[in-house]
Design a protein around this ligand. Structure first.
Ligand SMILES: Nc1ncnc2c1ncn2[C@@H]1O[C@H](COP(=O)(O)OP(=O)(O)OP(=O)(O)O)[C@@H](O)[C@H]1O
Ligand SMILES: O=P(O)(O)OC[C@H]1O[C@H](OP(=O)(O)OP(=O)(O)O)[C@H](O)[C@@H]1O
Length: 226
């Protein structure tokens, strides 16, 4: 019966391998799921689970509409997409940071507390994949910015005068360095999250809670071992 099955949406891209490994560690054997194939859904009858593979940014949409009961997605995407889903668990992988960055040549002066003075950036253009996050951050500082939405290679924008600054994800810092950009403000840290469709969470409560508890224990054991 369909209601026995859980559909889990996994993001292709950077989070896929860790997602598969985590599910496999709690006994949902899905190591044959991979991005090399063009297969976008997998049935795991023994676990009564279906896996679907989506673009990372689409995961909240699939879960909100109930096309998937559960999904794995970065907190960054969750904030930006702002869908009506339940956030169940921090999965602790896919760590990255949101920052504001600018060309080395135009970094603002520092305040006495050591932070950069961002006030001169009011009404400036900010290139980003995350316009909602950017606007929310700057409005929290009492500022307004003009977001320019891009889908990738954000660091290019200030180099070709498309924007004065960027709001983007930093992981190693290599992309900022190689494009002569400097972080001028941290915004927030993000990791991947397990999310649920709100109706599925009620209708399939026992199954979902059981899965969440197994994941929680596995993550805790992993953290304790490190
Ligand atoms: N260095 C990093 N750069 C980008 N994302 C990272 C990084 N490290 C961890 N992540 C996490 O991985 C998630 C997925 O990133 P990925 O690059 O695979 O997809 P995407 O390009 O953001 O999505 P889409 O393909 O839909 O545009 C991000 O939302 C973020 O949570
Ligand atoms: O600090 P780093 O380790 O250099 O990683 C940060 C880069 O990774 C992401 O881009 P991604 O690889 O997703 O490519 P994209 O520009 O096409 O989004 C992000 O948007 C940065 O550009």
């Amino acid at each position: 019966m369909e209601r026995d099955f859980l559909t889990i949406a996994l993001p292709k891209g950077k989070l896929l391998v860790d997602s598969i490994q985590l599910l496999s560690r709690i006994g949902i054997e899905c190591s044959h799921v991979n991005e090399e194939s063009r297969k976008l859904f997998y049935n795991l009858p023994d676990s009564k689970i279906k896996i679907i593979i989506c673009r990372a940014t689409d995961i909240p949409t699939f879960v909100e509409y109930g096309a998937a009961d559960l999904g794995i997605v970065g907190k960054d995407t969750l904030l930006e997409e702002n869908k009506d889903v339940a956030e169940l668990l921090d999965l602790r992988f896919g760590f990255c940071r949101f920052v504001v960055a600018m060309p080395e040549a135009s970094v603002p002066p520092k305040l006495s507390n050591g932070e950069y003075d961002l006030s001169g950036l009011n009404h400036q253009r900010v290139a980003t994949k995350f316009p909602r996050v950017a606007e929310t951050y700057f409005s929290g500082l009492g500022m307004q910015v003009s977001p320019i939405k891009l889908h990738g290679n954000i660091e290019l924008a200030p180099c070709v005068d498309l924007a004065e600054m960027i709001v983007d994800i930093v992981s190693t810092g290599k992309t900022l360095r190689e494009n002569h950009l400097v972080e001028v403000a941290p915004i927030l840290e993000a990791t991947s999250r397990l999310i649920a469709n709100r109706v599925a969470y009620r209708m399939k409560y026992e199954r979902i809670r059981d899965l969440v508890e197994r994941l929680r224990e596995e993550i805790q054991a992993d953290v304790s071992a490190k």
